[in-house]
Design a protein around this ligand. Structure first.
Ligand code: DQA
Length: 153
């Protein structure tokens, strides 16, 4: 349970590289919502579900690995959009395997309708599930699925 509030599930939300550019970045692929507005939607959903979120965005792989390691004994679940690291990072996958915290992987775009190099995810095999292709809503669906998993297991 969360060290801040023992009654509420605590979930770490990780946004990987270039997601700080949402709103400006390829809006035909990623939509026009900014990361800040997605975080606001996530916090509203978390309040409705009665869980708490810690949200981190980083363009650096090691910062994401450190955040996953630090989640141990602080957070019960991880919601992650690792951006391009999804398709390259053995280090992020190994960190998730090490902490064994239930993780849901999300993507704004449908990675399977895009270039072939985006079809493979290093994270998917160590996640409880993946949501891809629903724009900003992928995050909200992912949070709901993760919350449901944590509160029923
Ligand atoms: C992404 C898909 C990745 O392939 C890409 O590198 C991203 C964003 C998505 O949310 O659709 O940065 O994770």
């Amino acid at each position: 349970m969360s060290t801040n509030n023992p009654e509420k599930l605590s979930i770490l939300v990780l946004h990987g590289p270039n997601l700080n550019m949402l709103g400006v970045r390829e809006p035909t692929i990623y939509g026009s919502a900014t990361l800040e507005s997605i975080n606001d939607l996530l916090n509203d959903k978390a309040a409705a579900l009665s869980c708490v979120l810690s949200i981190i965005q980083s363009n650096q792989e090691g910062v994401l690995v450190d955040a996953i390691q630090s989640a141990l004994s602080q957070h019960q679940g991880i919601l992650i959009n690792a951006g391009a690291y999804t398709h390259t990072s053995v280090a992020i996958r190994d960190a998730l395997s090490a902490v064994k915290i239930p993780t849901v992987e999300v993507h704004l775009s449908n990675i399977y309708q895009r270039e072939e190099f985006r079809h493979h995810s290093y994270i998917a095999p160590v996640a409880i599930g993946q949501i891809s292709g629903f724009g900003a809503n992928s995050y909200l669906l992912g949070l709901e699925g993760l919350y449901h998993h944590l509160s029923t297991s």
